[in-house]
Design a protein around this ligand. Sequence first.
Ligand code: HEM
Length: 550
Amino acid sequence: MTKPTISSNLNLNLTSGEFNPGNFFSCSFFLLQDIQILEILTAIIVFIVIHSVRQKKHHGLPIWPVLGMLPSLIIGVRSNTYEWLTDILNHQNGTFTFKGPWFSTLNGIITSDPRNLEHVLKTKFTNFPKGPYFRDTVRDLLGDGIFNADNETWQKQRKTASVEFHSTKFRLLTADSLYQLVQSRLLPVLEETVKQSTAIDLQDILLRLTFDNVCMIAFGVDSGCLSLELPATPFAKAFEHATEATVLRFVTPTCIWKAMRFLNLGGERKLKESIKRVDEFAENVIRTRKKELCMHKDEDKKQRSDLLTVFMKMKDENGEAYSDKFLRDICVNFILAGRDTSSVALSWFFWLLHQNPEVEDKILEEIYKVVRQRNGMKNEEFGKCLTFKPDEIKKMDYLHAALSEALRLYPSVPVDHKEVVEDDIFPDGTVLKKGTKVIYAIYAMGRMEAIWGKDCNEFKPERWLRNNGHFMSESVYKFAAFNGGPRLCLGKDFAYYQMKYVAATIIFHYHVKVLHNHPVLPKLALTMYMKHGIQVNLCRREGVLHSFKN
Ligand code: HEM
């Protein structure tokens, strides 16, 4: 039965011209009821407004009845989430409590205080695992891989990968693979765009490069993403979509994204499709490698030093080989670790160079100085230098500082997450109850006056240099781009080598000019992609040889 409205009640009486006590009472009842509803609604609105204004004074963000801070979060997510978070943390002395809707698990402590970070990542490491909330949210994509594992599952992957990462064989493989890719793919692709006088999306080129590189070192496979034709990369795209859709789960009440997953709706449907494509790629690599290891008598192939082969030869606690699913998880996690992180860092680095040409000049000066130190290098041969040796890359302190500075302002992993096992208390006095989610805002940390001083928003590589010009590292709890403590990034040394090698090669050969008015904005994803990439034109440097083998 539809409930009469105020006007329909009145019409009923006035137009009929009759007095019907039954009608009169029922109409008055509905009239009274409607007026009460209006009053109640008005009271609720007034309450919300007063309440939110009061809370704003108290916590920096309004806490709405039922919805908590969700409306502010939605507004923040729609603008620049990282800037929004930085602003709040700056006003809250580095730590604040986020309260989500009553019916959700969207609550947690967000911090950018280095003392708290050290507490989480080192001092009380075992009390702050990734935890069930994080693992549940990213499990569909990352499974039980290293990024999403705690305790023994994490330890065994960390141990194996760590031994591998520090082996000479692996170092040679990574350096050789990078050299090949830069010389025979990156430089020809860049040179082609100069010949054609076309603009390119540098982020896309770098993502292709690091994807090929990580596939080579993690699986010993040439994925062929970077070539003159710039082929479609359905797997890489699926991977990007999957990380994006996964991160949306963190800002959506769990019950809602779970319901959407169950009903296969919206972003969850997209996520499922993307993960399917990711799985197909990983399964294909694993199947091929298994066949190769079983059937080929070729000892060279058995001696491979890529991570997948190493994990395939290992046994689990029951003496069984790892399942294909677990191997898939390992693959996907290493792609995430190695592909997006260095490429997005390099993209932001070139964006910062574009805005700070004096830094580019200093890097170029350093490169020239290092190259000129080569034994017997004559001035006229200088332009023929096509590549750099590992020990030359090591000498580039200013470049190292400039890349660190780029990572301070644009960390590839902008926020990270832990969960409290037992009640605890942060060094800044924040009380942590068992099960609380802790988010550390790495992006915000890089832009806090309290940590970096008044010039915190400026791009100043010099802040990383000692008086003698040598690079000086910072505490990992202050500069958390590579995480810290037992879960410090395993690929940190390799990442610096890779970024320095690629940056030095590009800068030595070309001046990178970002297209005027190209919008450069961060995207909300697990790693900090540029939302619209970075469209650039390249200009050759005079006097440098530009004919590359392809
Ligand atoms: C600029 C480049 C890079 C940055 C900024 C970076 C940053 C990070 C961060 C923040 C973490 C911690 C993630 C977490 O626990 O949630 C991490 C972990 C890790 N990174 Fe990197 N990374 C970079 C490059 C690489 C590369 C190139 C590799 C390997 C090829 C790599 C391998 C790993 C691995 C295996 C872990 C997991 C460590 C663990 O949980 O024990 N990273 N990295």
